[in-house]
Design a protein around this ligand. Structure first.
Ligand code: SF4
Length: 301
């Protein structure tokens, strides 16, 4: 990635944003494969052309700084810190990953995250315990499961994943009214069973088969990232009342919205709100090379 510095921030910011990451042929990281195959390949293929500004990368720098500080702490005799693993796969590719902490006494892989309070709010009940069925923490679960699977490949009995999330936009005042979690740090964990390891192994093999099939394809023929990978939010039908800015209610179906508007009367009408892909819009560094983004969100769209 080419780094720009529009605000002329001090050089250490530029150095931190530049990092020393280099792509290695036929090797993909655990975090890269959690993205869509199209995104993973476009990022690698266009690495020299993708531009990012230091000012836009401060949260990534903050995350790196947090990892750096926590890495300096001392570990117990059963703990291993910040270790890079590389696992050979049957199709000639390699999976790499760097976990933050592994405790062999409990078989637990811990990963530190700098996250927004919103990530926690969307996935929790009022008591700040995870709410079932939201899928809000599936990415974190999958990442720690991959690390456990990798550790198991080299003989460790890794069987639990944990995330320690540092909430960068936490407000003490909001926490007093239970609008934010009580503290600026939040934890979640999962115990993994044999079927979880079988499922993730099958998923990893399939993912690398797909990468192998797709690496030679031109950009426009790469399989489109799935809705989940694009964090897609479906379009809605809003029932609107004249003179009021916000919707009376949002509906998934146009028919339901029309019926409600008719029941309300008083000039109520239905407004279609198109679906969006937040990942494509704001969080995919390869978006300018993606035909889907060009058509949906590019300058011509
Ligand atoms: S812009 Fe969206 S669809 Fe295209 S590569 Fe990025 S995440 Fe995938």
């Amino acid at each position: 990635m080419k780094i720009t510095n529009a605000l002329n921030l001090p050089q250490p910011f530029v150095d931190a944003a530049t990092g020393d990451h280099r792509h290695v042929d036929k090797r993909y990281g655990a975090t890269a494969i959690l993205n869509g195959t199209r995104e993973a390949i476009l990022q690698r293929r266009h690495d020299d052309e993708i531009t990012g500004d230091v000012a836009d990368m401060v949260w990534a720098i903050f995350g790196t700084a947090v990892h750096g500080i926590l890495e300096q702490g001392s570990e117990s005799s059963s703990q291993i810190k910040e270790n890079k693993l590389v696992v050979d796969l049957p199709n000639g590719y390699q999976l790499s990953g760097v976990f933050d902490l592994y405790d062999d006494a409990t078989g637990t892989v811990t990963d530190y995250k700098t996250a927004s309070v919103w990530k926690i709010k969307f996935g929790c009940r009022e008591d700040w315990k995870p709410k079932a069925g939201t899928g809000q923490f599936d990415d974190w679960r999958k990442q720690t499961l991959i690390y456990c699977w990798m550790l198991r490949q080299i003989g460790f009995d890794a069987r639990r994943g944990e995330i320690v999330a540092l909430l960068k936009d936490h407000s003490k005042t909001k926490a007093k009214f239970n609008k934010h979690p009580p503290l600026p740090v939040w934890q979640i964990g999962w115990d993994f069973a044999a079927e979880d390891f079988a499922a993730i192994e099958a998923w990893i093999m399939e993912k690398f088969e797909e990468i192998d099939r797709c690496e030679q394809l031109p950009d426009e023929e790469l399989p489109l990232c799935t809705e989940a990978e694009r964090w897609a939010r479906a379009g809605k039908y809003a029932v609107m009342k004249p003179g009021r800015k916000s919707a009376i209610r949002l509906y998934d179906s146009e028919e339901d919205a029309q019926a409600r508007a008719e029941r309300e009367g008083k000039g109520c009408y239905v407004q279609h709100r198109p679906g969006i892909d937040p990942k494509c819009m704001d969080y995919c560094s390869a978006c300018e090379f993606c035909t889907y983004w060009q058509q949906a969100y590019g300058k011509e769209a």
